[in-house]
Unconditional design. Structure first.
Length: 265
Protein backbone atom coordinates (compact mmCIF):
# COMPACT_ATOMS: atom_id res chain seq x y z
CA UNK A 1 0.00 0.00 0.00
CA UNK A 2 1.21 3.51 -0.84
CA UNK A 3 2.46 5.28 2.27
CA UNK A 4 0.16 8.09 3.36
CA UNK A 5 0.34 11.06 5.70
CA UNK A 6 -2.51 10.53 8.18
CA UNK A 7 -3.96 12.64 10.99
CA UNK A 8 -6.20 10.90 13.53
CA UNK A 9 -8.63 13.03 15.57
CA UNK A 10 -10.09 10.76 18.24
CA UNK A 11 -10.85 11.52 21.91
CA UNK A 12 -10.92 7.89 23.07
CA UNK A 13 -7.36 7.08 24.18
CA UNK A 14 -7.44 3.37 23.39
CA UNK A 15 -8.81 3.85 19.89
CA UNK A 16 -6.45 6.72 19.13
CA UNK A 17 -3.40 4.77 20.30
CA UNK A 18 -4.52 1.66 18.41
CA UNK A 19 -4.82 3.60 15.18
CA UNK A 20 -1.42 5.25 15.68
CA UNK A 21 0.24 1.90 16.43
CA UNK A 22 -1.39 0.17 13.46
CA UNK A 23 -0.46 2.75 10.85
CA UNK A 24 2.99 3.36 12.35
CA UNK A 25 3.75 -0.34 11.92
CA UNK A 26 2.77 0.03 8.27
CA UNK A 27 5.30 2.89 7.95
CA UNK A 28 2.71 5.58 7.28
CA UNK A 29 3.34 9.09 8.63
CA UNK A 30 0.83 9.32 11.45
CA UNK A 31 -0.10 12.10 13.90
CA UNK A 32 -2.94 12.27 16.40
CA UNK A 33 -5.06 14.77 18.30
CA UNK A 34 -7.63 14.26 21.05
CA UNK A 35 -10.08 16.92 19.86
CA UNK A 36 -10.91 19.11 16.87
CA UNK A 37 -9.41 22.34 18.19
CA UNK A 38 -6.10 20.63 19.00
CA UNK A 39 -6.02 19.10 15.55
CA UNK A 40 -6.52 22.48 13.88
CA UNK A 41 -4.12 24.31 16.19
CA UNK A 42 -1.20 21.88 16.41
CA UNK A 43 -1.07 20.48 12.89
CA UNK A 44 -0.85 21.90 9.38
CA UNK A 45 -3.71 20.35 7.41
CA UNK A 46 -1.76 20.75 4.15
CA UNK A 47 0.62 18.03 5.40
CA UNK A 48 -1.96 15.21 5.34
CA UNK A 49 -3.38 13.02 2.62
CA UNK A 50 -5.99 11.44 4.90
CA UNK A 51 -7.76 12.36 8.13
CA UNK A 52 -9.59 9.87 10.35
CA UNK A 53 -12.10 11.83 12.42
CA UNK A 54 -14.38 10.62 15.19
CA UNK A 55 -17.95 11.87 14.89
CA UNK A 56 -18.43 12.74 18.57
CA UNK A 57 -15.61 14.89 19.92
CA UNK A 58 -15.39 17.21 22.93
CA UNK A 59 -16.21 20.76 21.89
CA UNK A 60 -16.61 20.78 18.12
CA UNK A 61 -17.91 17.56 16.59
CA UNK A 62 -16.45 15.65 13.69
CA UNK A 63 -18.86 17.07 11.13
CA UNK A 64 -17.85 20.61 12.02
CA UNK A 65 -14.17 19.66 11.69
CA UNK A 66 -14.90 17.95 8.37
CA UNK A 67 -16.43 21.13 6.97
CA UNK A 68 -13.41 23.22 7.99
CA UNK A 69 -10.95 20.68 6.60
CA UNK A 70 -12.74 20.72 3.22
CA UNK A 71 -12.29 24.51 3.13
CA UNK A 72 -8.65 24.62 4.29
CA UNK A 73 -7.39 21.64 2.29
CA UNK A 74 -9.94 20.23 -0.19
CA UNK A 75 -7.50 17.51 -1.27
CA UNK A 76 -7.43 15.87 2.16
CA UNK A 77 -9.64 12.75 2.22
CA UNK A 78 -11.68 12.55 5.44
CA UNK A 79 -13.04 9.29 6.88
CA UNK A 80 -15.62 9.60 9.66
CA UNK A 81 -15.69 6.90 12.36
CA UNK A 82 -18.32 6.58 15.07
CA UNK A 83 -19.68 4.32 17.81
CA UNK A 84 -23.09 5.96 17.33
CA UNK A 85 -23.92 5.43 13.64
CA UNK A 86 -27.13 6.70 12.10
CA UNK A 87 -28.42 7.21 8.60
CA UNK A 88 -28.80 10.96 9.22
CA UNK A 89 -25.17 11.51 10.26
CA UNK A 90 -23.91 9.18 7.52
CA UNK A 91 -25.79 11.14 4.86
CA UNK A 92 -24.66 14.46 6.34
CA UNK A 93 -21.03 13.32 6.46
CA UNK A 94 -21.13 12.33 2.79
CA UNK A 95 -22.90 15.57 1.89
CA UNK A 96 -20.08 17.54 3.53
CA UNK A 97 -17.43 15.62 1.59
CA UNK A 98 -16.37 12.58 3.66
CA UNK A 99 -15.12 9.71 1.51
CA UNK A 100 -16.26 7.01 3.95
CA UNK A 101 -18.25 6.50 7.15
CA UNK A 102 -17.35 3.55 9.40
CA UNK A 103 -19.28 2.27 12.39
CA UNK A 104 -17.25 1.10 15.39
CA UNK A 105 -16.07 -1.50 16.05
CA UNK A 106 -14.38 -2.19 12.74
CA UNK A 107 -11.39 -4.21 11.64
CA UNK A 108 -8.32 -2.02 11.20
CA UNK A 109 -7.48 -3.66 7.90
CA UNK A 110 -10.97 -2.59 6.75
CA UNK A 111 -9.98 1.01 7.51
CA UNK A 112 -6.73 0.55 5.60
CA UNK A 113 -8.71 -0.73 2.62
CA UNK A 114 -10.85 2.39 2.78
CA UNK A 115 -7.74 4.58 2.80
CA UNK A 116 -6.36 2.70 -0.19
CA UNK A 117 -9.60 3.32 -2.06
CA UNK A 118 -9.48 7.08 -1.38
CA UNK A 119 -6.64 7.40 -3.86
CA UNK A 120 -9.20 6.84 -6.63
CA UNK A 121 -11.41 9.69 -5.40
CA UNK A 122 -10.81 13.05 -7.01
CA UNK A 123 -11.92 15.94 -4.83
CA UNK A 124 -10.34 18.65 -6.95
CA UNK A 125 -12.54 20.74 -9.22
CA UNK A 126 -13.12 19.17 -12.62
CA UNK A 127 -13.00 21.20 -15.86
CA UNK A 128 -16.24 22.60 -17.30
CA UNK A 129 -18.48 20.24 -19.26
CA UNK A 130 -19.34 21.03 -22.89
CA UNK A 131 -20.14 24.75 -22.75
CA UNK A 132 -17.50 27.52 -22.56
CA UNK A 133 -17.31 29.36 -19.29
CA UNK A 134 -19.28 32.63 -19.50
CA UNK A 135 -17.89 35.84 -18.10
CA UNK A 136 -19.48 36.19 -14.69
CA UNK A 137 -19.08 38.67 -11.85
CA UNK A 138 -17.23 36.96 -8.99
CA UNK A 139 -19.25 35.77 -6.02
CA UNK A 140 -18.62 37.23 -2.59
CA UNK A 141 -16.52 34.16 -1.76
CA UNK A 142 -14.74 34.55 -5.14
CA UNK A 143 -15.64 31.00 -6.16
CA UNK A 144 -15.55 30.31 -9.89
CA UNK A 145 -18.96 29.28 -11.19
CA UNK A 146 -20.05 27.41 -14.30
CA UNK A 147 -23.40 26.59 -15.94
CA UNK A 148 -25.04 23.68 -14.11
CA UNK A 149 -25.26 20.51 -16.22
CA UNK A 150 -29.06 20.51 -15.75
CA UNK A 151 -29.16 24.01 -17.23
CA UNK A 152 -26.84 23.00 -20.08
CA UNK A 153 -29.16 20.06 -20.82
CA UNK A 154 -32.12 22.51 -20.86
CA UNK A 155 -33.94 20.56 -18.17
CA UNK A 156 -34.11 23.69 -15.98
CA UNK A 157 -34.16 27.36 -16.93
CA UNK A 158 -31.19 28.79 -15.04
CA UNK A 159 -28.65 27.55 -12.48
CA UNK A 160 -24.93 28.02 -11.98
CA UNK A 161 -22.52 25.43 -10.52
CA UNK A 162 -20.15 26.50 -7.71
CA UNK A 163 -18.72 22.97 -7.25
CA UNK A 164 -16.67 22.58 -10.43
CA UNK A 165 -18.90 19.70 -11.58
CA UNK A 166 -18.36 17.56 -8.52
CA UNK A 167 -22.08 16.93 -8.83
CA UNK A 168 -22.17 13.71 -6.83
CA UNK A 169 -19.77 14.80 -4.09
CA UNK A 170 -21.44 17.91 -2.71
CA UNK A 171 -24.46 19.17 -4.64
CA UNK A 172 -27.78 18.83 -2.83
CA UNK A 173 -29.64 20.11 -5.90
CA UNK A 174 -28.15 17.37 -8.09
CA UNK A 175 -28.98 14.68 -5.50
CA UNK A 176 -32.57 15.91 -5.39
CA UNK A 177 -32.89 15.82 -9.18
CA UNK A 178 -31.44 12.30 -9.32
CA UNK A 179 -34.07 11.07 -6.86
CA UNK A 180 -36.81 11.94 -9.37
CA UNK A 181 -37.10 9.23 -11.99
CA UNK A 182 -38.54 11.55 -14.64
CA UNK A 183 -35.40 13.69 -14.47
CA UNK A 184 -32.86 10.93 -13.86
CA UNK A 185 -34.02 9.11 -17.01
CA UNK A 186 -34.42 12.24 -19.13
CA UNK A 187 -32.40 11.61 -22.33
CA UNK A 188 -31.28 15.25 -22.39
CA UNK A 189 -29.23 14.88 -19.20
CA UNK A 190 -27.65 11.50 -19.92
CA UNK A 191 -24.65 12.76 -21.99
CA UNK A 192 -23.77 15.23 -19.24
CA UNK A 193 -24.12 12.61 -16.49
CA UNK A 194 -21.86 10.27 -18.46
CA UNK A 195 -19.17 12.94 -18.64
CA UNK A 196 -19.44 13.83 -14.96
CA UNK A 197 -19.39 10.17 -13.91
CA UNK A 198 -16.34 9.57 -16.09
CA UNK A 199 -14.54 12.32 -14.15
CA UNK A 200 -15.47 10.83 -10.77
CA UNK A 201 -14.80 7.16 -11.58
CA UNK A 202 -16.86 4.02 -11.48
CA UNK A 203 -16.45 3.01 -7.84
CA UNK A 204 -19.43 4.93 -6.52
CA UNK A 205 -21.53 3.38 -3.76
CA UNK A 206 -24.97 2.04 -4.78
CA UNK A 207 -26.52 4.65 -2.46
CA UNK A 208 -24.81 7.40 -4.47
CA UNK A 209 -25.93 5.91 -7.76
CA UNK A 210 -29.47 5.72 -6.39
CA UNK A 211 -29.42 9.33 -5.23
CA UNK A 212 -29.82 8.47 -1.52
CA UNK A 213 -26.52 10.12 -0.52
CA UNK A 214 -24.51 12.78 -2.30
CA UNK A 215 -21.25 10.85 -2.55
CA UNK A 216 -19.60 7.70 -1.25
CA UNK A 217 -17.01 5.36 -2.73
CA UNK A 218 -17.51 1.59 -2.65
CA UNK A 219 -14.60 -0.22 -0.94
CA UNK A 220 -16.24 -3.65 -1.16
CA UNK A 221 -16.65 -4.09 -4.91
CA UNK A 222 -20.42 -3.93 -4.39
CA UNK A 223 -20.47 -6.77 -1.85
CA UNK A 224 -23.01 -4.74 0.10
CA UNK A 225 -23.59 -7.48 2.68
CA UNK A 226 -20.02 -6.85 3.90
CA UNK A 227 -20.46 -3.07 4.13
CA UNK A 228 -20.97 -1.34 7.49
CA UNK A 229 -22.62 1.66 5.82
CA UNK A 230 -25.11 -0.63 4.07
CA UNK A 231 -25.81 -2.44 7.33
CA UNK A 232 -26.45 0.84 9.16
CA UNK A 233 -28.84 1.88 6.39
CA UNK A 234 -30.67 -1.44 6.46
CA UNK A 235 -30.86 -1.41 10.26
CA UNK A 236 -32.57 1.97 10.08
CA UNK A 237 -35.02 0.67 7.48
CA UNK A 238 -35.76 -2.36 9.67
CA UNK A 239 -36.22 -0.08 12.69
CA UNK A 240 -38.70 2.10 10.83
CA UNK A 241 -40.60 -0.96 9.60
CA UNK A 242 -40.75 -2.33 13.15
CA UNK A 243 -42.13 1.01 14.40
CA UNK A 244 -44.81 1.00 11.69
CA UNK A 245 -45.72 -2.62 12.47
CA UNK A 246 -46.01 -1.84 16.20
CA UNK A 247 -48.24 1.16 15.48
CA UNK A 248 -50.41 -0.90 13.16
CA UNK A 249 -50.78 -3.61 15.80
CA UNK A 250 -51.69 -1.03 18.46
CA UNK A 251 -54.36 0.51 16.21
CA UNK A 252 -55.86 -2.90 15.48
CA UNK A 253 -55.95 -3.76 19.20
CA UNK A 254 -57.56 -0.40 20.01
CA UNK A 255 -60.21 -0.94 17.36
CA UNK A 256 -60.94 -4.44 18.67
CA UNK A 257 -61.27 -3.09 22.21
CA UNK A 258 -63.58 -0.26 21.14
CA UNK A 259 -65.81 -2.43 18.94
CA UNK A 260 -69.25 -3.00 20.55
CA UNK A 261 -69.95 -6.49 21.80
CA UNK A 262 -73.21 -7.90 20.44
CA UNK A 263 -75.00 -11.02 21.57
CA UNK A 264 -78.22 -12.46 23.03
CA UNK A 265 -79.12 -12.97 26.65
Amino acid sequence: MKKESILVVEDEDIMRESLVDWFSNEDHKIDAASDAEKGLKDFNLDDYDVMIVDLKLPGRDGLSLLSEVRVKNPKTKVIIITAYPSVDTAVEAMRRGAVDYLAKPFELDRLETSIRMTRDVQLVAAPPVEMPVPVEAPLAEEKEVFPCIWYQAQVIKKRMCPFGYQCSSGCVFHAGMMKKEKYRNDPRIKPFLDKVNALVGKNQCRYTLGGDVSFRICPNLYHCEQCEFHQVSQDEVDRQLAIKAARRKTKMEDRAYEAPVTGTN
